[in-house]
Design a protein around this ligand. Structure first.
Ligand SMILES: Cc1cc2nc3c(=O)[nH]c(=O)nc-3n(C[C@H](O)[C@H](O)[C@H](O)COP(=O)(O)OP(=O)(O)OC[C@H]3O[C@@H](n4cnc5c(N)ncnc54)[C@H](O)[C@@H]3O)c2cc1C
Length: 440
């Protein structure tokens, strides 16, 4: 049996960042990964989708060129070329991850847990003398309905080499809406079928509604309050998604169906025998230091279900490395939806403030009130939730509009430190004209 100070299972953003940090501080660290370095984020998630978002965004910009006095014609869109570019970006970044892990031992194989911080890979056994960290991530969840196997998941959607003629996306969450934005921009007839009364359930409902309106104007057919019952395929390969909604049982036709109904944890085999508890949804339970129920065993990232985002996985790795619970607080995690227009949110939303009995008021700043936004031809809104008192401390911010993803970085500082609204412009000088003036 080979001993290491630390064993990290999974080389996604949670695992690779933590492994690199521990190795850099001189600890003997091994990373066990059964697939490619980079995890879901790099290989099947954040990065490939953002490459396709960039292609979609470029297409939409060109189609709006006339607004700026430019006379251009779009002669076509080569999806295969966009997909090749995506693969190149992913390969390049994967080399970066491999370089980051050069101070660690890397084992390619599937980890099986044994009691006592022992891990089996093939016929070899490894023991962690300090920490065993489970960072095994998540996989697409599948709706238990008839014909579910006819649908593709985000994994297959990102591996397509040609576009379908039309697509029905089951699920109007972040992943579903990003694909809806990408596919519709590229000319695919796109329908979204969402179970909840509004898309993006964990976001500010007013902002989510504005996104729905905006995407509907771009031609995306969005059906909310619809419960999918089954998926069927006819003899020539066309698909039907059958759902019940306001008008009883209805069907949507398309040539492809994408299932985007959330993600389920990927828990390594042997967890129960190793004394690692999971909750009723299957996520590994952890305390604020990311410790599981087994001594010296931690779980970070998607597998613990606290916040299924790459930057949350990285932040939770820092909690483990520094044994400091304050380095991750789900209230302060920014979330971004890379649709066109973008949506981003940080701090608390109204439902959370109401459930915690915190008095607040909402202040809306339309992009139309900002010189830079007008100059660029941008539309959007910044919604600030502030304490309903003289201080007006900033508790939550939602943004819909171009560059929301970048604006949310400053917004996260403002909400994390509960900065009083009046001091934003007065104490922290913002360059003019910029979108960031919307916070002042
Ligand atoms: C389409 C899509 C788009 C996304 N976009 C964004 C985004 O824009 N921003 C964002 O923050 N998040 C995004 N996410 C979510 C993000 O990808 C995840 O939150 C993040 O990857 C979680 O990191 P992780 O380290 O916990 O796990 P993962 O990245 O899932 O990595 C886990 C790794 O563990 C390995 N593994 C699993 N079991 C074993 C085993 N038994 N032995 C060895 N290895 C094992 C897996 O092969 C995998 O490589 C997106 C996800 C998807 C699907």
């Amino acid at each position: 049996m080979t001993e290491f100070d630390n064993i990290i299972i999974g080389a996604g953003p949670g695992g690779y960042e933590l492994a690199a940090t521990l190795a850099a501080s001189g600890e003997n660290t091994v990373v066990i990964e059964r697939d490619l370095p980079g995890g879901t984020c790099l290989n099947r998630g954040c990065i490939p989708t953002k490459c396709l978002c960039a292609s979609a965004s470029a297409l939409l910009s060109v189609s709006r060129a006339q607004t700026f006095g430019i006379d251009v014609n779009i002669n076509g869109f080569d999806y295969a070329a966009a997909a090749t570019r995506k693969d190149k970006v992913v390969d390049q970044l994967r080399q970066g991850v491999t370089a980051l892990l050069k101070g660690c031992t890397f084992i390619n194989g599937s980890a099986h847990l044994k009691p006592g911080r022992i891990v089996e890979v093939g016929n070899e056994l490894y023991k962690a003398t300090r920490r065993l960290v489970i960072a095994t991530g998540s996989a697409p969840a599948i709706l238990p309905v008839e014909g579910a196997d006819l649908a593709i998941t985000s994994d297959e959607a990102l591996a397509l080499t040609e576009l379908p003629e039309s697509i029905t996306i089951i699920g109007g969450g972040v992943i579903g809406m990003e694909f809806a934005s990408i596919f519709s921009a590229m000319g695919v007839t796109t329908t979204v079928v969402e179970y909840c009364p509004e898309i993006l359930p964990p976001f500010d409902p007013e902002i989510a509604k504005r996104l729905r309106t905006s995407l509907s104007r771009r031609g995306v057919n969005i059906i909310v309050g619809a419960c999918v019952k089954r998926i069927v395929r006819d003899d020539i390969g066309n698909m039907q998604v059958i759902y019940t909604g306001k008008r009883g049982e209805t069907a949507v036709d398309s040539t492809a169906v994408l299932m985007a109904v959330g993600r389920k944890p990927v828990v390594p085999e042997g967890c129960t025998e190793a004394g690692i508890a999971v909750d009723k949804r299957g996520f590994i339970t952890v305390d604020s230091l990311m410790r599981t129920s087994a001594d010296g065993v931690y779980a970070i990232g998607d597998v613990n279900g606290l916040s299924m985002l790459a930057h949350s996985a990285i932040a939770q790795g820092r909690v483990v490395a520094e044994e400091n619970a304050t380095l991750f607080n789900a209230d302060n995690v920014p979330s971004v939806v890379f649709t066109e227009p973008e949506v981003a949110q940080t701090g608390l939303i109204s439902a959370q403030l109401q459930s915690r009995d915190i008095a607040y008021k909402a202040i809306k700043r339309p992009y139309a009130s900002c010189g830079k936004a007008c100059a660029e031809g941008y539309e959007g809104v910044v919604k600030l939730l502030v304490s309903d008192d003289a201080e007006q401390r900033i508790l939550g911010i939602s943004v819909l509009g171009p560059h929301a993803a970048d604006l949310i970085a400053e917004a996260t500082v403002l909400t994390t430190d509960r900065i009083p609204l009046n001091s934003v412009g007065a104490r922290y000088i913002h360059a003019h004209p910029t979108l960031s003036e919307l916070f002042c």
